[in-house]
Design a protein around this ligand. Structure first.
Ligand SMILES: [Zn+2]
Ligand SMILES: [Zn+2]
Length: 470
């Protein structure tokens, strides 16, 4: 290689690029291509410098967009050529905290298939561990205290990693490389079951099993989840659901349901939902998406199923259904095997509870038991609510899974707001053409369409899903 062919490329990427495995992705790409340099998160986004011969550096730049991690959203990418600096290796440098905080924080992401497999695998060290996560899933927005998104800036800073977790965190080939909320039963948060006075009745897996037992017996359990508390009750038990309505002073509004994910063959994952509701392909995709919203589904008229009529009093044709979206919910719902009411833990007009001690006070007289954990929720996040009308999505409440990304830059419509700026003659115009195709496709997509149909939206809301909490 001749000396003049070696070049250094500086790349600045803005968007939702923190907490999605972006630095590990850049590390793997650069090392695979034999490039040296570094990558760093700072408050504005991800900064990269790579050095090598020009064709490979150019090829590196072209591979970033098409090969980026699934949940990354690139809003802008700027690249400029510099003189070679003589790097000898590629490294992930420590994040810089200074500067304007403009990097987009990612939403909380529903448990991925790999993590789901692990928590139900008796041979795995995370078997039945309710706080399992990886670079592709888990809490983000609800645990971030400051940018950049690094463990010391999240509520996971309270849990120093054990050697096994640290080894995963440090290994660029591992799914948990730089996964900020990484945890296991040895080092991470744990569950407790409290009575209404805050006395501990059980801990760890016993707490989960006892909470499931209480729900099965018709009791109302407040469950601390990702962005707040749910009140849960057996949705088949008329007495339990009516009691919850009375205690919550909620006469008519429909309650949201959490329905078990049928483990086993992926094709039958929605078996429990399909027993209650008609589910189109798009609705199935939404239910199982990383955003995991509540989806309003048409209930089956032919078979009312086992639900209490008090869940969504007639003539409401819809049920608001969500699948478990954290390992805690997966484990709890697998234990139960039937649908539960999962309504937000608050009186009808109060904000959602996020702190377990406050929950004890605020939910006194409503919840019989409290399934809590010691990972603080930094900010509350409600469940999102979506309805599909005429084959298109309509967002009724945009919260968990979508917030805080700006409207129009959800993970699926990520390319719509992207612009590529290459400030030197390093690439031809192929990436631009590719981008334009993506943008055109996105304009026709259901996600882009869902924003401007206020009248349909308010009609559905008024008729089927009155405004307010679920
Ligand atoms: Zn995962
Ligand atoms: Zn650990």
């Amino acid at each position: 290689m001749q000396a003049e062919q070696v070049t250094r490329l500086r790349v600045v990427i803005r968007g939702a690029v923190q907490g999605v495995g972006f630095r590990p992705f850049i590390y793997r790409l650069a090392t695979e291509m034999g490039l040296t340099g570094w990558v760093i998160n700072n408050a504005q986004g991800v900064f990269i410098e790579v050095e090598g011969d020009k064709p490979r550096v150019d090829a590196f730049l072209l591979r970033i967009e098409p090969e980026k991690p699934p949940h990354a959203v690139i809003q802008s990418l700027e690249a400029s050529h510099l003189d070679a600096a003589g790097f000898t290796a590629f490294e992930i440098r420590h994040s810089e905290g200074a500067g304007d905080k403009t990097a987009l924080v990612l939403p909380d992401l529903a448990t991925c298939a790999d993590c789901r497999r692990e928590i139900f695998d008796p041979t795995n060290r995370r078997y039945r561990y309710p706080f399992t996560n990886c670079t592709n899933c888990g809490p983000r927005y609800s645990i971030i205290e400051a940018l950049p998104y690094d463990r010391p800036n999240t509520s996971m800073r309270l849990f120093p990693m054990c050697p096994a977790c640290q080894a995963e965190y440090d290994d660029p080939r591992d799914r948990r490389f730089h996964a900020q909320p990484n945890a296991c039963p040895v080092c991470g948060p744990h569950l407790e079951l409290w009575d209404a006075d805050g006395a501990t009745l059980a801990g760890h897996d016993d707490a989960l099993r006892s909470a499931a037992g209480a729900i099965r017996q018709g009791r109302i359990v407040a469950v601390k989840g990702l962005g707040g508390f749910h009140l849960m009750a057996d949705a088949r038990n008329d007495d339990a659901v009516r009691l919850l309505r009375r205690r919550k002073r909620r006469e008519e509004k429909p309650f949201a349901l959490m329905v078990p994910w049928a483990h086993g063959p992926e094709a039958s994952a929605l078996r429990h939902v399909e027993a209650l509701c008609h589910v189109s392909e798009l609705e199935a995709r939404l239910l199982r998406s990383a955003e995991s919203p509540i989806v309003l589904l048409r209930r089956r008229a032919d078979s009312p199923g086992p639900l209490s009529a008090a869940v969504a009093p007639p003539p409401n044709p819809y049920l608001g259904v969500m699948l478990p979206y954290t390992p805690l919910h997966h484990l709890l719902m697998a234990e139960l095997g039937f649908p539960v009411v999962a309504t937000s833990g608050n009186l009808s007009d109060e904000p959602i509870c996020i702190d377990e001690r406050k929950a004890l006070e605020r939910l006194a007289g409503i919840a019989d038991l409290f399934l809590v954990h010691n990972r603080p929720i930094v900010r509350h996040v409600d469940d999102s609510v979506i309805c599909v009308v005429a084959g298109r999505e309509m967002m009724l409440r945009r919260a968990r899974g979508y917030a805080p990304l700006p409207v129009g830059s959800s993970q699926k419509s990520e390319v719509s707001s992207q612009k590529s700026v290459v400030s030197s003659q390093t690439t031809d115009d192929r990436p631009q053409i590719t981008d334009n195709r993506h943008i055109a496709a996105d304009i026709q997509s259901p996600i882009a369409n869902r924003i401007n149909r206020q009248s349909d939206q308010s009609k559905i809301q008024n008729q089927c899903w009155p405004l307010g909490r679920t």
